[in-house]
Ligand binder design. Structure first.
Ligand code: NAD
Ligand code: TYD
Length: 340
């Protein structure tokens, strides 16, 4: 097999970081480039074990820095791009929407231009099921690839905008693209601003867990390693121009998720604190993954095995998340939750 150069944007974050490690280990014959700006959500300590490997490279860059991105693409002539870099937290998009437009929309467009200029073999745009908006509580309804885009938060609106640009670069310029839309991920290195790692870290410290509204909103949870395998498959075998939904039928209410974590850690439910609801809080997400399954994907984890593995990982890797929650994150948490 010929040596290929793979660019992974956002590879210092949660999902991109897991994908970088998965790819470096699985494909020693590929050169893996991790491009990341190292915002509050990115850190390289997670890559200590792979840093010495000859097929791993790191580039610190802003995806919206047109000149620098063009220069890098001209120099390295990447074969594949898998694009994870984004502002990813809905709550932050409610208080600071502008950076979401800059990074998620403009940044994606810059990458598309660069990919077009050098003629990449594939551009995989990692998007989210949140672009479809929300479902009601009827358990027979699911998001399919044909569901209209109806994003409700500034985050999902910025992701939907980037999806449309990716689609347009395929239709107009013939750029070989795929768009993937995944449900909520969880697993190792999940930043503790999101529900699952926030709950685990706070419960372990005997702190209250803020549950928005009545806790009955539903998310469809997928272990991050199953997401990584899906991206790998789409990058190699996805039909150009196609969208693939990724999800494993693991719907849970937020309250069920929090209760599972509390009981696994043998703590008390008095830690649950109902707080004011998120503005525009989407009721329910649920994915129909039939199209991806036909391409050959099957998840390894269900919610029970995945959450057990994840809780154990947070118990074994306290240093990683304690360092985060004692830093600038403290200020974010106080600001975010005193408003509630
Ligand atoms: P994350 O916030 O953990 O990581 C984002 C990474 O992007 C960070 O390392 C950050 O430093 C980097 N980044 C941000 N702005 C940048 C810029 N201007 N230039 C270069 N790098 C920049 O996010 P995540 O949860 O790993 O999500 C990754 C992708 O997957 C996102 O595109 C997100 O929309 C999508 N997604 C996430 C989920 C989920 O449940 N977390 C589900 C579906 C899709
Ligand atoms: P989150 O992890 O932020 O992911 P997303 O908003 O992309 O789905 O939130 C998951 C669910 O948990 C969502 O319904 C909002 C809820 N939630 C809380 O109840 N409390 C919290 O402190 C957070 C961060 C989220």
């Amino acid at each position: 097999m010929s040596k290929k150069k793979i660019l992974i944007t956002g590879g210092a974050g949660f999902i991109g970081g897991n994908f970088v490690q998965y790819m470096v280990e699985k494909y020693p014959q590929y050169d893996i480039y991790n491009l990341d700006l190292l915002t509050y959500a990115g850190d390289l300590t997670k890559h200590q074990d792979i840093e010495k490997k000859g097929n791993y490279h790191f580039v610190k860059l802003d995806i919206a820095d047109r000149e620098a991105i063009m220069e890098l693409f001209e120099k390295e002539k990447f074969d594949f791009v898998t694009h994870f870099a984004a502002e990813s937290h809905v709550d932050r998009s409610i208080t600071e929407p502008e950076i979401f437009v800059r990074t998620n929309v403009l940044g994606t467009q810059v990458l598309l231009d660069a990919a077009k200029r050098i003629g990449v073999k594939k551009f995989v745009h990692v998007s989210t099921d949140e672009v479809y908006g929300e479902l009601d509580f009827d358990p027979k309804t699911f998001f399919t690839e044909e569901t209209p885009l109806e994003p409700n938060s500034p985050y999902s609106a910025s992701k939907a905008s980037s999806d449309l640009l990716v689609r347009a670069y395929h239709e107009t310029f013939g750029l070989p693209v795929n768009i993937t839309r995944c449900s909520n991920n969880y697993g190792p290195y999940h930043f503790p601003e999101k529900l699952i790692p926030l709950t685990i870290s706070r419960v372990l410290n005997d702190q209250t867990v803020p549950v928005y509204g009545n806790g009955k909103n539903i998310r469809d949870w997928l272990h991050v390693l199953d997401h990584c395998k899906a991206i790998d498959l789409v990058m190699h075998d996805g039909v150009n121009g196609e969208v693939y939904n990724i999800g494993g039928h693991n719907e849970r209410t937020n309250l069920e998720v929090v209760r599972t974590i509390i009981s696994t850690l043998e703590k008390s439910e008095v830690l649950i604190e109902f707080v004011n609801d998120r503005l525009g809080h989407d009721k329910r997400y649920a994915i129909d993954p039939t199209k991806l399954e036909k391409l050959g994907w099957k998840p390894e984890f269900n919610f029970e095995t995945g959450i057990a593995q994840t809780i154990q990982w947070y118990l074994d890797n306290k240093e990683w998340w304690e360092q985060i929650i004692s830093g600038e994150y403290k200020g974010y948490f106080e600001k975010q939750y005193t408003m509630k």
